[in-house]
Design a protein around this ligand. Structure first.
Ligand SMILES: N[C@@H](CCC(=O)N[C@@H](CS)C(=O)NCC(=O)O)C(=O)O
Length: 103
């Protein structure tokens, strides 16, 4: 069965923007659930089992937390065109953890 992608995010989330851009480049259809920007997030927490951050991707009964996990799954399911290459993961991690904190 081909379940649709439900993307839990909010418009101003920079982490979500990475995934929204990937959806666009790969022309992947998705639907949105707009989540609160700050706690409380009772529905999200219930869905994820405690993970509170945005974005979260839902495909059927599968829940993907963290943009690196989300992007890897999108590359696996939608390999054409390939956007994230092996060497990009290191840059992505550095940008998320080091550069993001500084800027
Ligand atoms: N490592 C996570 C970071 C996600 C993240 O920090 N998202 C922000 C919004 S852009 C958030 O939910 N912050 C609220 C919080 O930390 O409680 C990812 O790559 O998805």
């Amino acid at each position: 069965m081909n379940s649709s992608i439900i993307f839990h995010h909010y418009p101003a989330s920079p982490f979500s923007e990475k995934v929204r851009v990937l959806f666009g480049i790969k022309r992947i259809p998705w639907v949105a659930v707009i989540e609160p920007t700050i706690m409380p997030k009772p529905e999200l927490i219930t869905l994820t089992g405690g993970y509170r951050r945005i974005p979260v991707m839902q495909i059927g009964a599968d829940i993907y937390c963290d943009t690196a996990v989300i992007m890897a799954e999108l590359e696996r399911r939608f390999p054409d065109p390939r956007v994230v290459h092996d060497a990009d993961w290191m840059v992505n991690s550095w940008a998320d953890r080091v550069l993001f904190q500084i800027v």
